[in-house]
Design a protein around this ligand. Structure first.
Ligand code: H79
Length: 451
């Protein structure tokens, strides 16, 4: 019996390497997360709120006067590599202070940070040994900001994740090219894809060995090849295995906008709540097994943009955090620090306002899971142990109906106020009587303790 299955395995292995596509291999791979990984997923889901940081030499261009341009400036303005490289020689963010960043971020109530280690422009924001196209070698600043940020995070008890772009507009071997980074970059129309992937993995190995324990890796740019020749050639299984072998607790998140591949630990969504697709590029497939995470900008821009003042209000951002939590998802809110190294004052103010809100209402977010009922037009529910939190974000009437019949309520109160809330059990569910005054609150939360 054993022999036969061994023979079948050998045969299968032969088939896989010769004719099955890499996608089929990667989609079909069996991934069993380690115990450390599962524990990290629980930590992640309990943490609920992170801050995304987009910072690079593109920050100097500050969107070049256009609201919808920032970290994509190289592509949007078709800046050839030899010109774009000059940006690094001006990058000198003398006001960068990792401890100050972390203090302001921590004040928001966020529990982790995800920062761009390399964006699509290919420029590494750390001291990479496999390429000198990095902050330590090419800028007058010379400092490894990831090292400084990690030290500050460790001091403050904040976890650090690294964003890494699989797409690369600078590396010559990223060839054949996909949707972006084409002729204007000035690269030769040739290259060896696998040597690019080797390079990518060597950089990832640095990120996983030189910065202590990290929260995980947040990939982006896979979609560049979605309709391109290299769609199945990212060697995801190999890369993911390397990451999990080096740091079992590190979570792999890939913003490819399609259903998760084996080896991934969190499913991300960009600019949309899980299941929604206003952005036009998100999948509406939502995993019910993996943790989820929604990434969103505070204005319209990831990297720093000088003219984009479309800042969402604190109320809107809190509603997004609440909406994500009610969908069992984390919320990763983005800031684009300025070229002088400081976080924008508008964003710092918002961080503090969100933190003030979370100090009072955080128990309805941290450590909760989505439900027991799905999202409604008026809001969402979250739960923890024997408590249900009903988040009423948009409602005008004096009562609200929750279709739960199999519960026994101990009491219901208005969170943050200790006021009792009256309710009536019916055959179809519970009707809570609410004070219309309280509805003027940003997010009125009914805390329901179950027996
Ligand atoms: O890092 C931030 C952005 O720079 C990056 N992801 C966030 C976290 C990002 N790049 N593009 N997008 C987000 C939007 C994606 C647009 C896409 Fe397309 C639509 C990818 C594929 C179809 C248009 C065509 C843009 C690229 C190809």
């Amino acid at each position: 019996m054993k022999k036969i299955s061994a023979v079948i395995l050998v045969l299968l292995a032969g088939v896989t390497s010769s004719c099955m596509t890499a996608t089929a291999q990667e989609r079909g791979a069996v991934y069993k997360p380690s115990a450390e990984n599962i524990a990290a997923r629980h930590w992640f889901q309990d943490a609920k709120f992170g801050i995304f940081i987009h910072w690079g030499v593109y920050s100097l261009m500050a969107g070049a006067g256009e609201k919808d341009v920032a970290e994509w400036v190289m592509e949007e303005k078709q800046i050839p590599i030899d010109k774009y490289e000059r940006l690094a020689t001006f990058f000198n963010p003398v006001k960068f202070d990792a401890d100050k960043w972390v203090q302001d971020i921590k004040a928001s109530g966020a529990k982790y940070i995800t920062i761009t280690s390399k964006h699509h422009d290919g420029f590494a924001m750390y001291d990479s040994k496999v390429s000198n196209y990095n902050i330590a070698k090419r800028t007058p600043f010379k400092r490894d900001i990831l090292k400084e940020l990690k030290a500050a995070c460790d001091k403050a008890g904040i976890k650090l994740f690294f964003y890494y772009s699989q797409l690369d507009w600078h590396h010559p071997e990223y060839y054949p090219r996909g949707r972006t980074g084409n002729v204007y970059t000035g690269r030769p129309q040739s290259g060896d894809w696998d040597s690019y992937i080797d390079y990518q993995n060597a950089q990832l190995r640095e990120l996983l060995t030189n910065y202590g324990d990290i929260g995980g890796i947040w990939f982006d740019g896979w979609w560049d090849q979605e309709k391109g020749p290299m769609k199945d050639r990212w060697r995801l299984s190999e890369t993911y295995k390397m990451i999990h072998d080096l740091q079992p607790q590190a979570l792999i998140i890939n913003n490819h906008h399609v259903a998760p591949y084996p080896g991934e630990d969190v499913q991300p969504f960009e600019q949309d709540l899980p299941g929604e697709n206003d952005a036009g590029f998100n999948t509406t497939f939502v995993s019910n097994e993996m943790p989820l995470e929604m990434a969103q900008t505070m204005n319209g821009s990831w990297g720093f943009n000088l003219v984009d003042d479309r800042f969402k209000s604190t109320k809107e951002l809190i509603s997004a955090l609440v909406g994500a939590a009610g969908r069992n998802s984390n919320y990763l809110m983005n800031t684009g620090p300025m070229p002088d190294g400081q976080i924008q004052a508008e964003n710092i103010k918002t961080f503090h306002e969100m933190g003030e809100w979370l100090k009072i209402y955080g128990e309805s977010i941290y450590g909760t899971r989505g439900g027991p009922i799905g999202p409604r037009p008026w809001g969402v529910t979250t739960n923890k142990d024997k408590t249900i939190y009903i988040h009423i974000l948009d409602w005008k009437d004096g009562e609200i109906f929750i279709p739960l019949t199999d519960i026994k309520i101990g009491d219901a109160t208005l969170l943050g106020k200790d006021e009792k809330i009256l309710y009536e059990m019916t055959d179809d569910g519970v009707i809570f009587k609410i004070d219309r005054e309280a509805l003027q609150n940003w997010d009125m939360i009914i805390k329901v303790n179950l027996l």
